[in-house]
Design a protein around this ligand. Structure first.
Ligand code: PMP
Length: 362
């Protein structure tokens, strides 16, 4: 069967092996005589799936014991609100580093909850870069936390070195690069990610939360918006997205077969290099949006010398079987999202297509 070259930004490609395993188990999961979707979320089988997912996450990301692992709903977007509701104290300020549209959206929600400050921003250069450490100047005493977006899905930039904070809680939206490389979880007080890029299907949001933070949560929050509710019930306060969590657990098993995060990271470098090499060889033709040192390995953004040529490129790429290469509707241009599950062959094929297309003009 021919699988399409799927460069969608999210929901995005899932590993074929995962889809095949899910297909095999679809009607009769583990001899239960029913599909995972038909299992009770209180059943031993589903609890097994949930625990397995948590254990594999802990193992892959080396998550310390003093962190909770939660599976929530509402997308990464609901976290934009829950974070300030839970952690922004009335007499304090929440700090935000703006590196793109998603960090702007996170800030917008925090502003509704309390005092905020933009600690650094790269909006003046159209979000082509990530701020350098010396550009992040912290008013140490008053910050409740500092929020960053680790990978900017729309602009195609990524933090390659996280800010050193010296005692301030760092919270990161890792929706578009979680599990793409090894990270030191202990540097963060909270990490969150919508699942639909590197983790599984949409509908599940992963939250990794340092236990200490739970003591700061005010009473009187709506039950579902209080992290303590989900910690106390191990993400089973209400009916969770059971099928999504099952798919996520299969993706984690798959990551382990790829040499864990080291293997995945190496492959991601290789894949992105194929496409960036085309851009670097002819930067006046394939014009990168991101500055070199801030480039994302996940979302590769560029334009061609004119809008007509960009459209021509996109339309021919579509005809050649490439899906999802249009840039985000807010900025246009081209974007290739090469998440974990996008195979090397898809990136090789795209690099080849870029070369052939360029040779017609240069
Ligand atoms: N943050 C980032 C970095 C994203 O890329 C996205 C969605 N693509 C979101 C947040 C919003 O996620 P959701 O749709 O799960 O609310």
């Amino acid at each position: 069967m021919q699988r399409t070259y799927n460069f969608n930004a999210g929901p995005s490609a899932l590993p074929l092996e995962v889809l095949e395993k899910a297909q095999k188990e679809f009607i009769n999961y583990n001899e239960t005589g029913m599909s995972v979707m038909e299992l009770s979320h209180r059943s031993n089988e589903f609890e097994g799936i949930l625990l397995n997912a948590q254990q594999n996450l802990r193992e892959l990301l080396d998550i310390p014991e003093n962190y909770e692992i939660l599976f929530l709903q509402g997308g990464a977007s609901l976290q934009f609100s829950m974070i300030p509701m839970n952690f922004l104290a009335a007499d304090q300020t929440a700090g935000y580093v703006l590196t793109g549209s998603w960090s702007e959206k996170a800030l917008k929600e925090a502003k509704k909850m309390g005092k905020t400050a933009v600690i650094a921003t790269t909006d003046e250069n159209k979000y082509r870069s990530i701020p350098k450490q010396n550009e992040i100047i912290l008013p140490k005493d008053t910050l409740s936390y500092l929020h960053i977006t680790s990978n900017n899905t729309i602009f195609g930039t990524q933090w390659h070195q996280y800010p050193e904070l010296d005692g301030i809680d760092l919270i990161a939206d890792m929706s578009s690069d979680i599990l793409s490389k090894k990270i030191d979880v202990s540097k963060f007080s909270m990490i969150y990610a919508g699942a639909q890029k590197n983790l599984g299907p949409s509908g599940v949001t992963l939250v990794i939360l340092k236990k200490e933070l739970l003591d700061r949560i005010p009473d009187q929050l709506p039950t579902m918006l209080d992290y303590r509710t989900h910690v106390k019930s191990n993400s089973l306060y209400n009916t969770p997205p059971t099928f999504g969590i099952y798919m996520l657990s299969l993706v984690l098993e798959w990551v382990k077969t790829q040499g864990g995060l080291e293997g995945i990271e190496q492959k991601n470098h290789e894949k992105a290099a194929l496409i960036y090499n085309q851009m670097d060889a002819y930067p006046d033709f394939y014009r990168p949006h991101a500055e070199k040192e801030s480039r994302s390995l996940m979302n590769i953004t560029f334009t061609l010398p004119s809008e007509e040529l960009t459209q021509e490129f996109l339309s021919q790429a579509k005809e050649a079987g490439f899906v999802g290469l249009n840039g985000h509707r807010s900025i246009g241009g081209c974007r290739a999202s090469a998440y974990n599950a996008v195979p090397l062959e898809a990136c090789q094929a795209l690099a080849h297509f870029m070369e052939t297309f360029r040779k017609r003009f240069l």
